[in-house]
Design a protein around this ligand. Structure first.
Ligand code: NAD
Length: 442
């Protein structure tokens, strides 16, 4: 199937790449309209397939998938290339950009259509054709989108979706000689395998990977804003977002007060049937994943940390129809050592650790002391401090006094083990096109 999909994409490339950006833009906008028209059906399917709440699918996943197409439909019309003049040589140089060919796109299960379209939209807007592989755990909305392609006017072969496992379909795509670039979002471990497998072909790679994101809360933070936002940043989508906070550093002066209020608010979160619109947290993706997340809580306890609420401490009352689901309460752990696996490894579930700190210098060092570098949050009303800390954090994104506020024009991506490359208006354009420098002597 991968072979057939790559062939279809390769055959469609000459026609699609020769269309004007405006023609492609109109098709992307049409696709956005069609998905938006069926937003409720897409949201229901995403919630059922993934376990996320219907509220989250309706307000975050599907609207963002629609916006991904609209955004790149617009941004593709506004890029400019460079030009320089060398008067002494009588030369003008300019750059020209062209689509690369067949793009291989591989996405994870946590934000299924959101992340798949974040790759498909810029790739086809730039004139590439694609073979996309959604996660085998969550491919329903990708399938629903396929049914709308023809109606939107996407020519045959431009967008191909293969459904299969990473080891088979994913790896076949990564190893295919006619796929010169791979955009991958997923775990750091899989990225290492993809890097190895694609090396013999010298493929262009964009890797968006895991995180172990700190929130740094100084004693001048506005806790009325900070507490609800840090709850969301820790537990939104069951903590299954690469940008979720999992290490909370609180300055000693407000540590006890923060902890008391944070735990009290976390206990109010409603966990249960994802299709109930009043539920705040749905089910985790699988039994294996739930067991893995729980095992971290046990490890922390064995190391002497204190579980303040959630797993193993509070009881979870589930509706009758959901008793066998993979649910877990928001879990807050305190007094965890920085070296603990709970503070070092990505848990990717509703578990967050809270520790205290004294000085700015100290907390920067501790926040940077993990292998990841995706996103960080800083809470303070001191403008100078906010800038100083943001500059020194090893993190692709730093949010101050907010979380998950994104302007798609700006680069998105991680440092260290959190990834290679950036995505966003200009960055995606550069990744999905090949640049050429042309010199004219007059
Ligand atoms: P994963 O790495 O297991 O799988 C991601 C995708 O890669 C899936 O489609 C899978 O089938 C495929 N895959 C697996 N093995 C492969 C192989 N050998 N060759 C090619 N493809 C292969 O990740 P996951 O468990 O689906 O997702 C969770 C991870 O994704 C977390 O680490 C999370 O932090 C990360 N993530 C990162 C971002 C980001 O933007 N940085 C966003 C969301 C999720």
């Amino acid at each position: 199937q991968v072979e057939a999909a790559v062939k279809a994409a390769k055959d469609a490339f000459p026609i699609w790449s020769s269309k004007s950006p405006l023609e492609r833009s109109q098709i992307l906008n049409k696709l956005a309209d069609l998905i938006e028209h069926e937003l409720e059906a897409f949201a229901q399917a995403e919630s059922k397939d993934q376990g996320k709440t219907i509220k989250f699918a309706r307000t975050v996943d599907i609207p963002r998938a629609v916006y991904n197409f609209r955004f790149f439909a617009s941004s593709i019309l506004h890029h400019t290339t460079e030009c320089t003049e060398m008067a002494t040589m009588g030369c003008v140089h300019y750059t020209s950009r062209a689509p690369v060919g067949v793009a291989g796109l591989i996405s994870p299960w946590n934000l299924p259509l959101y992340l798949l379209t974040w790759k498909i939209a810029p790739a086809i807007a730039c004139g590439n054709t694609v073979v996309a592989k959604p996660s085998e755990m969550t491919s329903v909305t990708a399938w629903m989108m396929c049914k709308l392609l023809e109606k939107a006017g996407v020519p045959h072969g431009v967008v191909n979706v293969v459904f299969g496992t990473g080891a088979k379909a994913g790896e076949a795509l990564v190893c295919h000689p006619d796929v010169p670039l791979i955009s991958f979002t997923g775990s750091t471990l899989t990225a290492q395998r993809i890097t190895e497998k694609s090396a013999p072909h010298c493929k262009r790679l964009s890797l968006e990977l895991g995180g172990k994101n700190p929130a740094i809360i100084f004693d001048d933070a506005d806790l009325t804003q900070c507490i609800p936002t840090t709850l969301r940043s820790s537990f939104a989508n069951q903590g299954e977002i690469c940008l979720c906070t999992s290490r909370i550093f609180v300055q000693r002066g407000i540590y006890s007060e923060f902890l008391k209020r944070f735990v009290a608010e976390a206990k109010k979160w409603k966990v249960g049937n994802p299709s109930d619109p009043t539920v705040d947290m749905g089910a985790l993706i699988s039994k294996e994943h739930l067991e893995k997340v729980r095992s971290y809580v046990k490890k922390a306890q064995a190391e002497g940390a204190r579980v303040l609420c959630g797993e193993g401490v509070d009881s979870l009352a589930l509706p009758t129809g959901n008793q066998k689901g993979y649910f877990m309460l928001p879990t807050i752990i305190a007094e965890v050592k920085d070296e603990s696996c709970c503070m070092q490894e990505e848990i990717f579930g509703p578990v967050t650790c809270v520790v205290s700190f004294d000085t700015e210098e100290e907390v920067i060092g501790r926040a940077n002391s993990v292998k990841y570098g995706l996103a960080a949050t800083v809470w303070s009303s001191n403008v100078g401090r906010v800038h100083r800390v943001a500059q020194r954090l090893q993190s692709g994104l730093v949010w101050t006094n907010c979380w998950l506020v994104r302007d798609l024009n700006l680069p998105f991506g991680g440092m260290k083990a959190s990834g290679i490359g950036r995505e966003g208006a200009k960055d995606s354009y550069e990744f999905f096109t090949e640049v050429k420098t042309i010199t004219i002597k007059h």
